[in-house]
Design a protein around this ligand. Structure first.
Ligand SMILES: Nc1nc2c(c(=O)[nH]1)N[C@H]1C(S)=C(S)[C@@H](COP(=O)(O)OP(=O)(O)OC[C@H]3O[C@@H](n4cnc5c(=O)[nH]c(N)nc54)[C@H](O)[C@@H]3O)O[C@H]1N2
Ligand SMILES: Nc1nc2c(c(=O)[nH]1)N[C@H]1C(S)=C(S)[C@@H](COP(=O)(O)OP(=O)(O)OC[C@H]3O[C@@H](n4cnc5c(=O)[nH]c(N)nc54)[C@H](O)[C@@H]3O)O[C@H]1N2
Ligand code: SF4
Ligand SMILES: [Mo]
Length: 670
């Protein structure tokens, strides 16, 4: 028996981007553990990845290309060869370009794998074809933008620093489900005496780890932040020296915005009692080194960008960045020492190419005389994860649309394809990874041969490029070549660190010692007042659920600990615990005359969805929680997912998704 241990990286769209040690026996993955040498993973994996071998060797893996034989969306396919699949795709693309131009082709992809090469694999090809380019707005671009409006490209605080904080706020972060390795630092901070606050809209499992829990009305955190700022100023808890040296516009904020955000007014907007708001503001203002770890949930609202911009004022006002353990981490993106520029769309197009919002996929496919004739989907499952599912599916059903789906599994999206291509999992391909939750990068080397005839994104794109007659030698490069090119271009990484990375070791990128005080804005200061933006000052704007979304219940569709977006749905689950379901406060259940376990229908102007109902005190009245983005076979009607209820309305800034800014009504169907 040949037994090997290979260093790899967890490829999923998770801030932790864990280092893995993969054991293979005779070419099969038999064990996956966390890499103890990884500065953030520290040897531990989450429950999803602790059995990655079950995903890699799942009997549901696709092993050959498939061609549709039944009607669109019927999921009836027959196996074909790669030669036939690639020739068909090239022929259809060429014909489409000839008749309608490059803009008749649209690739759609997201973060099925976070590897820099496989994630961006389609860009070099589709940029050359002049195809339609979408932004990557399905997750939380408004969060990034909100931070940037006042902080520019300033580094977020290293998450490990949190262990030195005396006041930790996990704000809109269900860390136990989505960022479990931060709990290592939260526990260390607690052991040193820190107080931990969690701010959410329902009592998530992470709330159990907190000393204090604050529950806000959905989408009102911007007002909460302004209420804290009001109290900090009123009670002289602001750091005047820090503000004088490093902040632009604080006085304008105090003069023009804060007067409206008295504790009483903020309590009315947010539902947070005045006493609790005062306690939070006081704890934050009197702490030596408060640390905010900001999750993404609160940015998926119509006011998401503004909310983050307002929260980002807090550490500036108290000068948290001056102290070890103090600061804020929204995301670690500002820092990338290693980047995927050589895969970039603009570089390959030779110009800056505008984007369309990816959350508008349904609208784009359904425009009258839609210009899109060919859709190439990889590393994403939009038939289940994109908002306004009914509209997306109407688009995918169009007979004049030629759809290719490159996937590991026959997902809900793959069922709508004309051609399905089998994709490798991360352990079957080489790649290099950053993280958006910490500063460690690593290479994940191929550990086993591809399952069946599956191919990586990059290998597949190279085949299609050649079949289209593109002779550029860029498409002769292997993923390994590209890793070397990426490292060669990484001028801020030392040769010693590059050698370490190439040897398979994770490397924590060396942030400058004074990184927290290097404000990478135009002025070099924290720009609370920013005339480039409208409005020029942070303020509070109401979310869609207070203005246009309709329904008596707020729908929370936050992550499930067992799956990641719609990934891991191929797993065999413990059926004792409800899978896809709807959770209500017991009083609401009673008022609606519902019995636990019965089937209910959630409905709104977007669509309907049937699920079994359960009751839980953790859920606030007039709220329904449905965890996770499950494949449609997990819903009671087996024909819809949670996104039958969400809308493609955009965020205030950066054209992002508003998944959580939704209301529904409920009726019994049994
Ligand atoms: N197990 C698991 N892990 C995951 C994922 C998954 O699906 N499952 N998804 C991955 C992906 S793609 C991402 S982007 C990250 C996201 O991970 P996070 O950054 O944690 O973001 P969310 O889980 O969307 O939301 C976090 C919390 O915000 C709360 N929330 C929602 N609206 C509001 C609000 O208005 N105010 C406040 N204060 N809280 C609010 C939700 O109830 C939730 O508990 O997780 C990644 N990790
Ligand atoms: N209602 C609601 N909707 C949501 C969310 C929510 O909280 N609520 N979360 C949103 C968020 S934050 C995000 S980021 C999006 C994510 O939405 P998606 O981008 O659709 O992410 P996944 O559902 O994880 O689907 C990724 C797919 O890529 C495939 N894949 C994995 N590796 C590879 C590979 O190497 N090559 C190819 N070709 N395929 C591969 C996987 O099998 C999987 O089916 O969903 C969003 N949708
Ligand atoms: S899903 Fe996240 S926490 Fe789990 S192993 Fe992957 S990177 Fe780590
Ligand atoms: Mo995401």
């Amino acid at each position: 028996m040949t037994r090997r241990e290979i260093n790899a990286v967890c490829p999923y769209d998770c801030p932790d981007a864990c280092g893995l040690v993969v054991t293979t026996e005779d070419g099969k993955v038999t064990k996956v553990v966390g890499n103890p040498k990884h500065a953030f993973t520290r040897g531990m994996l989450c429950p999803k990845m602790a059995h990655y071998e079950e995903t890699v060797h799942s009997p549901e893996r696709l092993t050959t290309p498939l061609k549709r034989v039944g009607p669109k969306g019927s999921g009836e396919f027959t196996p074909i060869s790669w030669d036939e699949a690639v020739a068909t795709i090239a022929e259809r693309f060429k014909a489409s370009i000839e008749e309608y131009g490059g803009q008749s082709i649209m690739p759609y992809s997201y973060a099925g794998t976070m590897g820099l090469i496989q994630k961006a694999a389609g860009f070099p090809l589709f940029a050359r074809l002049g195809a339609v380019r979408h932004n990557r707005g399905i997750c939380s671009p408004a969060k990034t933008y909100g931070w940037q409006m006042i902080m520019g490209n300033t580094f977020g605080t290293r998450p490990q620093e949190l262990s030195h904080s005396d006041c930790v706020i996990l704000w809109s972060l269900n860390a136990l489900a989505t960022d479990i390795h931060i709990m290592h630092d939260v526990k260390a901070a607690k052991a040193r005496g820190a107080k931990v606050w969690v701010i959410d809209i329902y009592s998530s499992i992470t709330c159990d780890q907190a000393d204090e829990v604050i529950l806000t009305k959905p989408g009102t955190d911007g007002a909460l932040a302004l209420g804290i700022l009001y109290i900090l100023e009123r009670d002289h808890l602001v750091n005047r020296d820090f503000i004088a040296n490093h902040v632009i516009g604080y006085d304008k904020l105090v003069g023009e915005v804060l007067p409206d955000f008295t504790p009483e007014h903020v309590a009315a907007i947010t539902g947070v009692p005045v006493a609790q708001l005062e306690a939070l503001a006081n704890a934050y203002g009197t702490a030596k080194a408060p640390f905010i770890r900001l999750g993404s949930g609160l940015s998926r609202y119509g006011n998401g960008g503004m909310t983050v911009r307002t929260i980002a004022c807090l550490p500036a006002v108290v000068g948290a960045y001056e102290h070890l353990g103090g600061g804020m981490l929204s995301d670690a993106k500002g820092s990338y020492y290693i980047n995927d520029r050589l895969m970039s769309w603009d570089v390959h197009a030779g110009k800056v190419v505008p984007t369309v919002p990816m959350v508008k996929l349904g609208d784009i496919l359904n425009q009258t005389e839609s210009p899109i004739r060919c859709l190439y989907i990889y590393s994403s499952n939009p038939a289940i994860t994109a908002p306004d599912q009914n509209q997306v599916r109407r688009g995918l059903l169009r007979d004049d649309l030629f759809t290719v789906v490159h996937e590991r599994f026959l997902t809900d999206t793959a069922n709508y394809a004309d051609i399905v291509l089998p994709a490798t999992s991360s352990v079957e391909a080489d790649d290099i990874y950053n993280s958006y939750g910490h500063y460690t990068s690593a290479i994940g080397y191929k550990a086993i041969e591809p399952i069946g005839e599956s191919k990586s994104n990059w290998d597949t794109i190279c085949l299609i490029a050649k079949a289209m007659g593109i002779t550029d030698p860029f498409f002769d490069k292997t993923a390994l070549d590209l890793i070397h090119d990426i490292l060669a271009a990484a001028t801020h990484v030392s040769e010693a660190d590059k050698a370490k990375l190439l040897s398979g070791e994770p490397v924590e990128m060396p942030v400058p010692e004074d990184y927290k005080l290097r404000f990478k804005t135009k002025s070099g200061k924290i720009e609370m007042y920013n005339p480039q933006e409208t409005p020029a000052l942070p303020t509070y704007m109401a979310p869609h659920n207070a203005t246009i979304a309709k329904g008596a219940f707020h729908l929370i569709n936050a992550p499930d600990i067992r799956i990641l977006d719609s990934s891991f749905c191929e797993r065999v689950f413990d059926q004792q615990k409800p899978l896809m379901s709807a959770w209500l406060h017991p009083e609401d259940g009673k008022a609606l005359g519902l019995v636990e376990g019965e089937r209910i229908e959630l409905y709104n102007e977007q669509g309907t969805l049937q699920l079994p109902v359960f009751f839980d005190e953790r859920v606030r009245p007039k709220t329904v929680v449905s965890y996770g983005v499950w494949w449609q076979r997990y819903s009671s009607d087996e024909t819809h997912g949670i996104n039958a209820l969400t809308s493609s309305r955009l965020t205030d800034f950066a054209e992002g998704s508003t998944f959580y800014d939704v209301k529904v009504d409920i009726r019994s169907v049994s």
